[in-house]
Design a protein around this ligand. Structure first.
Ligand SMILES: [Fe+2]
Ligand SMILES: [Fe+2]
Length: 146
């Protein structure tokens, strides 16, 4: 079994790819395809955020005793991402290209900064502190349904 950095880092890339496809479809005003790609992006993000909030963060917090530290910052950023996703869902439903593209630019900036913090700090720290627990945390995230 690999590391948390590999498992969640590759999920970041999977989310990025469907994000980019949805954005391209909106830019071309291909609304049927835009809506189905956005639904896939929103579902992929919901699952990613849930794997972190429901499995990784609690494991990290109980292992380190740090609940007001990096995971708290990540949870606050997740709430900002969810707000933007909701606004993007409204824009794609309404067929509002300019609104969607403005929101998606903001989301992408926030998401890339967030992902870098996780990939450079939180995931490597988690790989270190979880030790023998790491494999079971990865298995639990892999099996996590939302
Ligand atoms: Fe996150
Ligand atoms: Fe993440």
């Amino acid at each position: 079994m690999g590391t948390i950095l590999e498992f969640l880092g590759s999920d970041h890339h999977a989310c990025d790819n469907v994000f980019a496809s949805a954005e391209e479809a909106v830019a071309r005003k291909e609304w049927d395809s835009a809506r189905s790609l956005f639904d896939r992006f929103q579902a992929a993000m919901a699952r990613h955020l849930a794997m972190e909030e429901d499995v990784l963060f609690p494991a990290f917090e109980s292992r380190t005793g740090m609940s007001g530290g990096p995971t708290e910052v990540m949870r606050i950023e997740h709430a900002q991402l969810r707000d933007l996703l909701q606004a993007m869902a409204d824009a794609v439903a309404a067929g509002n290209r300019d609104s969607y593209l403005g929101l998606s630019e903001t989301l992408n900036m926030l998401m890339q900064q967030h992902n870098l913090k996780e990939e450079n700090m939180l995931y490597p720290m988690s790989d270190r502190v979880l030790g023998a627990e790491r494999d079971s945390v990865i298995r639990e995230m892999d099996a996590h349904a939302i």
